[in-house]
Write a protein that binds this ligand. Structure first.
Ligand code: PMV
Length: 347
């Protein structure tokens, strides 16, 4: 009951973690629970074309980024296909053409692995659904998240929105190490319209891949304390998200960002992904917050770029401050205005 050929296209966004995932066990199982805002503007569009072929023992696919053939993407796809083949037995029946494009510039220092792997997982699920038309949306999304996790851990948090939990947590019903779930409890309206202005401090390739970073948590002197800290922050966040305590939210999020970077600075080998301008921006944010009382805050991924987060209500004043005082620290003055989004969409 497999079809001969076809094409599916999905867009899927990036996400920004509030409580960070850093450290994993085998099979992409996270060491701690994490939670993220799904983004809206930063996304990947992926078309997956497939044609039936004679069964072979190899996978067969070509990958294009912005219409350019990318041989260097193939090892990542190969690893991904190997990991998911047992869950998608049709993979070797087809030749695939994967055509992908990002809304954000390729070398912006914004990782495309979360958006890219989740978009590809959605396309693959569309093929699977053809053979099982009765499949529910819940099953479709859950399996897509499960598959995306095997491409890139944080990608499992990009399928849906607006707040996604990944990793088993005793206080969060339904949470799983295997896929992301929608945050299941009440969220105060202030957290429903958060803005994320991404300041591109350094657009270069990352010096250290996240794969290497996760590995360095094995045998890290502070590993167990870090995993406990993350799980404790998840627990604290439940109350904070409910009662709208923005100050407590900021404290958890900024501490998480700095703890993530502290893990990198205290691993062996150690490294620093922040740049001088990252610190300039953080200090300016703190000073502005102190002087105005406005709830501006930051978080960081595994890189030098700064995500500036704030409620929509204060957008005018905060954007003005960002443009006047922070954009000067961005490479070529480049920044991206993003906000909370709702996940992958079929095109
Ligand atoms: O999904 P990976 O393996 O690229 O890891 C990403 C980890 C961080 O972005 C640094 C944190 C997170 O939870 O997204």
């Amino acid at each position: 009951n497999t079809i001969d050929s076809g094409k599916f296209t999905w867009s899927s966004p990036s996400n920004i973690a509030i409580v960070k995932y850093w450290g994993k066990k085998k099979d992409q199982i996270p060491e701690n629970s994490s939670i993220s805002f799904t983004l809206e503007t930063c996304k990947t569009m992926t078309s997956l074309s497939f044609t039936k072929r004679k069964l072979s023992s190899n996978f067969s696919y070509d990958v294009f980024l912005d219409n350019e053939k990318k041989e260097d993407f193939k090892p990542k796809i190969e690893t991904f296909f190997k990991r998911i083949e047992v869950y998608l037995p049709f993979l070797k029946n087809y030749h695939f053409v994967i055509e992908t494009t990002n809304t954000f510039p390729h070398s912006s220092g914004i990782a495309s692995s979360a958006s890219g792997m989740s978009a590809l997982a959605m396309c693959l699920m569309s093929i699977e659904k053809q053979a099982n038309p009765g499949m529910t949306t819940h099953y479709f999304n859950q399996k897509a998240s499960f598959l995306a996790r095997l491409g890139s851990g944080s990608a499992c948090r990009s399928i849906e929105g607006d707040l996604i939990v990944w990793g088993k947590h005793g206080m969060i019903d339904g949470s799983s190490n295997l896929f992301g779930i929608k945050y299941p409890y009440d969220v105060h309206p202030v957290f429903k319209n958060y803005q994320d202005t991404i300041l591109l401090v350094d657009k270069g390739e990352k010096q250290v891949s996240s794969t290497v970073g996760h590995d360095l948590m094995h045998g890290h002197a502070f590993a167990n304390q870090r995993f406990k800290q993350a799980n404790d922050n998840m627990a604290k966040l439940i109350g904070v998200l409910k009662n709208g305590d923005v100050d407590a939210f900021i404290e958890i999020m900024e501490s998480e960002a700095l703890s993530l970077h502290a893990m990198m600075m205290t691993s062996i080998p150690y490294f620093i992904l922040m740049k001088p301008n990252t610190l300039e921006i953080i200090n300016k944010i703190w000073l502005f917050r102190q002087n105005t009382g406005l709830p501006i805050s930051f978080t960081l991924d595994a890189g030098a770029n700064v995500h500036v987060l704030y409620p929509e209500k204060h957008m005018k004043q905060i954007l003005e401050f960002i443009k006047n005082e922070l954009v000067a620290y961005c490479q070529n003055g480049h920044y991206i205005c993003d906000k909370i989004g709702f996940g992958a969409k079929q095109l």
